[in-house]
Design a protein around this ligand. Structure first.
Ligand code: NDP
Ligand code: HSE
Length: 447
């Protein structure tokens, strides 16, 4: 529904950098819903130009003649609000800095840039008193950054667990629901347009790691960058891992985790990590199917919260971008400096060694007397406590052995232990002559 235009005293000039998947939808909605958006913003939002690389490329939006330009630098200098949807580091970063220097508010969805150079950009924006907003950078349409930054600013967040990459969630969900191998599920994701032709950033966890750095920074009021995130992708997750997890009542998800931890001396710090994780099927994040995203937040007073929705796609992501645009416009109309985030936390980033979590270790073993005892002894010596252990005889393997031994798979789920203790345990177990392979080691959350 379009509301009648209200007389608005002021016009704000909006420059759009990029007219691809997201930019084209931002332009379409800005033009189609101009009256609604302007009346909510309290000022007319005039789209003054759209910077692209190629003027004659096909676009998913009908733009009025003369809006497209190759001269992004001049466009930025004429704008009150700059929307950066080009992606990549340069020239996006220089253009954002140029916008800030011209006192324009900036809205961006560029998680790669923000995770790498966010601290520099936020500082420049703070110094210039301009608004830099980036709701679309994490989980697309899902409103998660503003709730963390504003709604939960009266609480203390202790942990954030997120499914923040739709491509990998789709792949793991396909493997879980159809038994597909990783390579086939990846091809399906590419056919549906979820995964890029080069899917490295998604499947190696880099895209989720960039989002984890942003989530951690806002949740713990301290600036974290990509290098603070320990990252492992999903390329080594096999159909066997998924099937075995399902038998035990788990699902495997690529999680971005940011949590309050204590180091060996008891001092507080923040652990930020991305890795494939076993989750019990009863956990709310286990129900997130297909390419959907969700972020599960644990806060001291609010308790558990979950935010769910579409993490990508032109129109859903445009919703988050335009929310930031209206909010930046309102702030300009009302006056007062822009605000990015608070950085009063001053908590250090702790490496993966400080993390205490549960693990699921799959071992291929010779099934003969004393094997379990030898394995259990190593776990005990490293103070890694076993929660459950399941043995499955592998039919047809080891039959006919002169000693009468057969082969078996052991799946051991531990209580919480440190990465260091777990690594030592796995290394020592692997050296036992009765172990033929350590076939997987996966972290477990939510138990
Ligand atoms: P696209 O690749 O679809 O579009 C990029 C646009 O930027 C194109 O219009 C391109 O111009 C333009 N562009 C790129 N480089 C330059 C340059 N040097 N000078 C001028 N114009 C340039 O990207 P998306 O729309 O998918 O993504 C945009 C941003 O939003 C990225 O940061 C991405 O991470 C983020 N994002 C994307 C989501 C999605 O679902 N796609 C979800 C959440 C965030 P031309 O068309 O002429 O080539
Ligand atoms: N490649 C990302 C995903 C797009 O699969 O979720 C949104 O950032």
């Amino acid at each position: 529904m379009t509301t009648p235009a209200t007389p608005l005293g002021r016009s704000l000039r909006v420059a759009l950098l990029g007219c691809g998947t997201v930019g084209s939808q931002v332009a379409r909605i800005l033009l189609a819903d101009a009256d609604d958006l302007s009346s909510r913003a309290g000022a007319r939002l005039d789209l003054i130009g759209v910077a692209v690389r190629t003027l004659d490329a096909e676009r998913d939006v009908d733009l009025p003649d003369g809006l497209l330009t190759l001269d992004a630098e001049s466009l930025v200098e004429q704008a009150d609000i700059v929307i950066e949807l080009m992606g990549g580091i340069e020239p996006a970063k220089s253009l954002i800095l140029r916008a800030i220097n011209h006192s324009a508010a900036v809205v961006s969805g560029n998680k790669a840039l923000l995770a790498q150079d966010g601290p520099e950009l936020y500082e420049q924006a703070d110094a210039a008193g301009v608004q830099l907003s980036y709701e679309a950078a994490v989980a697309g349409a899902v409103p998660i950054l503003r709730p963390i930054r504003d709604s939960l600013s009266g609480d203390r967040i202790t942990r954030v667990l997120g499914i923040v990459n739709g491509t990998t969630n789709y792949i793991l969900d396909q493997m879980d629901s159809t038994g597909a191998q990783f390579a086939d599920a990846l091809t399906a994701a590419q056919d549906l347009g979820y995964a890029e032709a080069d899917p490295t950033a998604d499947v190696e966890g880099h895209d989720a790691a960039a989002k984890a750095a942003i989530l951690a920074s806002l949740s713990f009021h301290t600036r974290f960058a990509l290098e603070d995130v320990s990252c492992e992708g999903i390329t080594s997750v096999t159909a066997d891992d998924i099937a075995a997890a399902a038998e035990d009542g788990y699902v495997i998800k690529l999680l971005a985790i940011a949590e309050l931890l204590s180091d060996a001396s008891g001092a507080n710090g923040i652990g930020v990590r991305v890795h494939p994780t076993l989750l019990p099927r009863s956990h709310p994040l286990a129900a997130v199917r297909g390419a959907f995203n969700a972020v599960f937040v644990e806060a001291e007073n609010a308790g558990e919260l979950m935010f769910y929705g579409q993490g990508a796609g032109g129109t859903p992501t445009a919703s988050a971008v335009l929310g930031d645009v209206v909010s930046a416009a309102r702030r300009m109309v009302l006056g007062g400096p822009g605000r990015t985030e608070t950085t009063t936390g001053h908590v250090p980033a702790l490496g993966i060694d400080a993390v205490r979590t549960s693990y699921c270790i799959a071992l291929q073993v010779v099934d003969e007397p004393g094997v379990l005892a030898r394995i259990a002894q190593i776990f005990a010596a490293n103070r890694v406590s076993i929660e459950t252990m399941r043995q499955r005889i592998r039919q047809g393997v080891g039959d006919g052995d002169p000693d009468g031994s057969t082969a078996a798979e052991l799946r051991i789920v531990t209580h919480r232990a440190t990465e260091a203790a777990l690594a030592a345990t796995v290394r020592q177990v692997a050296e036992l002559d009765v172990i033929t392979a350590v076939s997987s080691v996966l972290r477990v959350e939510g138990i």
